[in-house]
Design a protein around this ligand. Sequence first.
Ligand code: AP5
Length: 216
Amino acid sequence: MTNIILLGPPGAGKGTQARRLVEEWDMVQLSTGDMLKEAIAQGTELGKQVEGIMARGELVTDEIVIGLIEEKLNGDLPGGVIFDGFPRTLAQADALADLLAKMGQRLDAVIEMQVDDDVLVERVTGRSTCGNCGEVYHDVTKPQPADGKCSVCGASDFRRRPDDNEESLRKRLMEYYKKTSPLIGYYYAKGDLTGVNGLADIETVAGDIKKVLDKR
Ligand code: AP5
């Protein structure tokens, strides 16, 4: 069983790489961003509570996301977990350590996806996602198939996120630097951190992550 965190700013490629790891390593992707977006799409109380916060690019409360993760960790997770977009604050990191300890588990690696801020605007404003299976595309680096159908599931329902605009991205980046980037030092001090070059192409990044996992 392998448990890893993908850490990096919005648009660093966490979701893209997490999906590959699910296929190749039989792991489960736990994305707090996806869970919250699903709650919004379903119109639940939680969705109504977080919709405005997310559209503005701010973080939702620790209590909410820790609760979501705790619920998922009670399920069946045979191959291990890829934490994508969680933890994002020191309180979330401490809570995750406690939850894993209670389960008799540990973190195997924290992979910091290192990118320059300049590329993030292009990545985020060019992103689209399959509304059916969640496959992630990009107008330039990974265009939607010419036949208009998702290459993974064949659906033709491509979506763009309401927070994928430059203004919201600036806010998300500020939140990242203020609240999430301290986790780099936190996990470095614990000896868990490995950096990968997130500016490389998707295949190369996947290969570099594989090397980290192979070394464990
Ligand atoms: P979330 O959904 O987690 O968004 P995010 O962290 O802002 O990350 P993104 O999904 O934008 O980027 P990514 O790194 O996954 O990049 P991707 O692979 O798609 O969170 C959304 C919101 O939910 C937050 O703002 C907050 O409000 C709330 N939230 C979530 N978790 C929370 C928490 N724990 N605490 C509090 N609040 C929370 O790639 C981006 C694009 O680049 C794609 O088009 C892709 O095709 C392309 N791309 C990827 N890799 C490459 C590459 N190597 N080369 C070229 N292009 C690439």
